[in-house]
Write a protein that binds this ligand. Sequence first.
Ligand code: 3PG
Length: 221
Amino acid sequence: MALGHDAAGAARFTSLQVMTDTPVIPVIVLNDRAHAVPLAHALIAGGIRMLEVTLRTPAALACIEAIAREVPEAVVGAGTVRSAADAQAAVMAGARFAVSPGYTHGVGKACRDLGLPLLPGVATGSEIMAAHEDGYMALKFFPALQAGGLAMLRAWQGPFGDVKFCPTGGITASNAREFLALSNVVCVGGSWLTPAEAVVRGDWAAITQLAREGAALRRAR
Ligand code: 3PG
């Protein structure tokens, strides 16, 4: 798939391209801006460049900004985008994609107005239809394990056969392959690549190893 470019020359991805780029999108929670750049380098060294930094901590936007500025090989996005204001702040910080835990038409419109690719979070057929109505065909299934896991994704293959998913929530190194084997799963998301203890310890080698294992997960296309 051809990529466009933004005004600064950075490659612009569609929501589907964000998902097809990687078998796993790391869901990152950072409390300290000082951890952002070394963590991004560690993930890149392991072969993972799509990085979702969740807007759950006071440091999140500064972390996105630092990665966007200092780690050009990374494609940093904002997670936990719950409002138009979150989307705006994410773009200002340099985020190149957004992930939301649910979906509203308002968040979708804000992201489209900003030119920000969005992976909208869905857990029901009605939510899939609402996101689809606004043009989204590449969705995050959240919380995947709690909301029906593999069985739910299989059930959606019938009525929503043209929709692709990134299941997130409860996915780990041990169950990721089962999800990736489904025809409607393009990638998975999860926090297991960036354990809080490893981040706090600055154990970047451990995170590179987890990223390497994540990057090696086979994906079904
Ligand atoms: C989240 O948004 O918290 C993600 O779904 C991460 O879930 P996990 O910690 O179960 O991977």
